[in-house]
Ligand binder design. Structure first.
Ligand code: ZN
Length: 350
């Protein structure tokens, strides 16, 4: 064992790479136990985190990576000052954690390279957590409770089996780095536009065919990685369009011709209906739609270099650009959508 003195007498205990199968603290003096702030136990042969770790009552940092851990003892919850827990590359799953794990004051938690199939609910109670890594596990979904992690700045979930992004992710006010690469995600919820702090969004190697148009409003986004997704032209030809109802046609006429009406002219359900009109994004149309619309992929110029397929809703098939099935030839119609080069610095498509 190596003992290092840190600043202000703070103690670092390095037990790494000692082939340990358990942790004996008998040789550690009381004073040392009290002063220890950091413990390294990585690269050993531990199968469960020993309860003896709880004697280090002022511990702030614990690295137990690269062991054979399938259980973390209940006593871990007694480490009332633990801010960082690194437990990469073990055999942990959602049944390995202490019941009271959520009461720890953790700011950084790394469970990458384990066997989690779900994000444990205890993890969604860590209200001070700033960084959560669960990369390289077997996660199939992200729980809606993720929204409880209100301090989260970094969420790393790359290399799992996740099929969808729940809209609750958009409720994390400080989220700056969202890594969801190497999963099975088919779409991005438009609510993500509420992530005003987002700087980096990694979505490479998923099953995305388009992005929501709202992604243009992520003003702090500096890096967006999209390579390895079927973001393609094929989708444009699969246009889905149900003809509008007579009610919708009447509503469209009232709205687009500015026919005056008041609350005394119409029943309340029609007034509500008229308020639901969405404006057709085609600048040459000026029309509106209600329930019936055409889904269309438009290629939007980012930084004058990249063209991203974004989802649009248009009022009718006549509003689609005749050239839009060819991403190379509709540049002139896109000027209103292009993103200033100083905004998005890197888009990784290739
Ligand atoms: Zn239109």
């Amino acid at each position: 064992m190596e003992i290092h003195e840190g600043a202000a007498g703070d103690c670092v205990l390095d037990f790494s790479r000692l082939s340990l199968e358990s942790l004996s603290v008998d040789s550690v003096r009381d004073e040392r136990r009290r002063d220890t702030r950091q413990i390294y136990l990585s690269y050993n042969r531990l199968t469960s985190l020993p309860s003896s770790v709880a004697v280090f009552c002022n511990l702030e940092f614990l690295d137990i990576s690269n062991n054979r851990l399938s259980v973390i003892c209940e006593d871990l919850s007694r480490l009332a000052k633990l801010k960082t827990l690194i437990a990469k590359n073990n055999r942990l799953d959602e049944f390995s954690l202490p019941k009271d794990f959520g009461s720890l004051p953790l700011e950084v938690l790394n469970f990458s390279g384990n066997r989690f199939e779900e994000i444990p609910l205890q993890c969604t109670k860590l209200l001070r957590l700033q960084s959560l890594s669960l990369g390289g596990n077997r996660l199939k979904s992200i729980p809606a409770e993720i929204e409880n992690l209100v301090s989260l700045e970094m969420l790393y979930l790359g290399g799992n089996l996740i099929t969808a992004i729940p809209p609750e992710v958009a409720n994390l006010p400080y989220l700056s780095y969202l890594v969801l690469c190497d999963n099975r995600i088919q779409s991005v919820p438009p609510q993500l536009t509420r992530l005003h702090s987002l700087r980096s969004l990694s979505l490479h190697n998923n099953l995305l065919t388009y992005l929501p148009r709202e992604i243009l409003s992520l003003v702090h986004l500096q890096e967006l990685s999209l390579r390895g997704n079927p973001l393609v032209v094929r989708f444009v030809k699969e246009m889905i369009y149900d003809p509008p109802s007579l009610l919708e046609l009447a509503g469209r006429t009232i709205k687009s011709r500015n026919v005056p009406y008041s609350a005394s002219d119409l029943p309340s359900n029609l007034l509500l209906y008229l308020n639901l009109a969405s404006k057709c994004p085609n600048p040459k149309c000026a029309g509106v739609y209600f329930d019936s619309c055409v889904r269309q992929i438009k290629f939007v110029d980012f930084c004058g270099k990249y063209r991203l397929p974004l989802m649009h809703y248009l009022c009718s098939p006549e509003c689609t650009s005749p050239c839009s099935s060819n991403p190379q030839s509709d540049a002139e119609s896109e000027e209103e959508n292009s993103v200033p080069a100083d905004r998005l610095q890197r888009v990784l498509l290739g």
